[in-house]
Write a protein that binds this ligand. Structure first.
Ligand SMILES: [Zn+2]
Ligand SMILES: [Zn+2]
Length: 441
């Protein structure tokens, strides 16, 4: 190459992995680093890189959204994009190409593999693995700032309660074999004084709605709904949540930008006429959709998120309130188990552990036994061993195991929970989340 060097922007929130990629590229290219999608988007507009090498799972703005912006109408003309991710699910690769990436490399990678792909793309000699479809126009979706619920006065600590309304993973179940652990899909209610938070909108949300309608009668309800991801089992209760049909009520729905469009558009589509008789716009409650780009401050509670290892976009939450903490990790597959024991995978597993550090309760999925996992590797879920290990390493006080496999009857669950409790030892209070269970923190 003669004359001016090509400009390459390297984007990764993990400083070690970002530096590593930058070092590989430094000799041949002018390199700039960005700490996440948002930082990259701002730097790209000012610096006009020829190529962007980006991770997918990043705070503030994920890689799919960055690709969409870079290749969109207000993007960087002629820019090429390499996604460099540890996500090995086919759907992530597909979505990344749909968002506009030109190549998809999986971590860990070698210097030669990265340089070869960068050279190919910058010389225009690449043979694209998948034709990059034109990027979908980026739908601007910014709701108003989340309203914080006024704090109850007083210096005494407010009660913090967790209540499970749905703990079944993947698909709701019913019948005699699942009476004790329950059959509704994920929905967890968290109350901090009068502040109401709901995590996930599985079928358990319907019963929560009935209970709240009785509790509040004519009083208006304000609630904050956090959605880890929008697979069916985590949103199916949403249209059946009756407080959403009362004009007195006020709800904010939080998650990150979707793979192909805004958070609101995803909910809008699932309530289209082909799927449900009432469109989203006819829900009478005041409803806002807020795409998180960092922690949310609700006054009495701070809610932060982390990207999880699951097909598509999926995040876990941590609620810090009144000196207590609740961490929710579902649906998630252990990185080392899926991608092999290497520095990248170990660091990513450690990120999850650190996110859950010292939680008063870690609510974590464990869908499979070790034997079942062998034939379900790559499905984006974990085992009882994974959940217990994570809770022990994080120093969590309690572990509530959730997202029970639909095939696990009450008797099977008893066996798995007994096994998990033995594994957890005496320092960790390990139990199964089950529909209706209430835990005071
Ligand atoms: Zn799920
Ligand atoms: Zn899922």
């Amino acid at each position: 190459m003669s004359g001016q060097k090509f400009k390459v922007l390297v984007v990764d929130n993990d400083v070690l992995l970002r530096d590593l990629a930058a070092v590989f590229l430094y000799e041949e290219y002018e390199v700039m680093e960005a700490v996440d999608g948002q930082d990259a988007w701002e730097k790209a507009q000012a610096w006009h890189p020829d190529l962007v090498v980006t991770d997918l799972m990043m705070p503030r703005m994920h890689g799919y959204e960055l690709c969409t912006l870079l290749k969109g109408p207000d993007g960087i003309k002629g820019v090429r994009i390499i996604v460099l991710s540890s996500k090995t699910f086919a759907t992530d690769k597909e979505q990344a190409f749909k968002a506009g990436c030109d190549a998809y490399l999986v971590k860990p990678y070698t210097r030669d593999i990265l340089l070869k792909k960068v050279r190919e793309l910058l010389s225009g000699s690449d043979s694209r693995e998948t034709p990059a479809a034109g990027p979908a126009p980026f739908a601007e979706e910014c709701g108003p700032e989340p309203s914080s619920t006024p704090a109850l006065a007083g210096r005494e600590k407010l009660p913090v309660t967790v209540r499970f309304w749905g703990t079944r993973g993947s698909c709701p179940v019913s019948g005699q074999n699942t009476v004790r652990y329950g059959g509704n899909t994920p929905c967890t209610e968290v109350r901090i004084g009068d502040l109401l938070l709901i995590i996930d909108c599985g079928t358990g949300l319907r019963e929560l709605g009935v209970s709240m309608a009785k509790e509040f009668y004519d009083r208006p309800i304000t609630g904050h709904i956090f959605v880890g991801h929008t697979h069916w089992d985590h949103i199916q209760g949403f249209p059946f949540f009756i407080p959403l049909y009362n004009p007195k009520n006020n709800f904010s729905v939080y998650s990150v930008h979707g793979g192909h469009g805004s958070l609101r558009s995803i909910f809008n589509e699932t309530m289209a006429a082909d799927y449900f008789p009432v469109p989203l716009c006819n829900m009478a409650a005041k409803l806002r959709f807020i795409e998180m780009s960092g922690s949310v401050d609700l006054g009495l509670a701070k809610v932060s998120f982390i990207h999880l290892n699951h097909p598509g976009i999926c995040i876990g939450f941590r609620i810090d309130a009144q000196g207590r903490s609740i961490t929710y990790i579902s649906d998630h597959e252990n990185f080392v188990k899926l991608n092999g024991d290497n520095v990248t995978s170990r660091r990513q597993d450690m990120d999850i552990v650190n996110f859950a550090k010292d939680s008063d309760i870690l609510i974590m999925e464990a869908q499979y036994s070790n034997e079942e996992y062998l034939s379900r590797k790559g499905w984006g879920h974990g085992t009882f061993d994974d959940a217990v290990r994570c809770a022990v390493e994080a120093g969590a006080k309690r572990l509530a195991i959730t997202h029970h496999d639909p095939e696990h009857s009450d008797d099977i669950m008893d066996t798995h929970i007994k096994y998990s409790r033995a594994l957890a030892g005496s320092k960790l209070d390990c139990f199964a989340a089950r529909d209706g269970l209430r835990v005071e923190l």
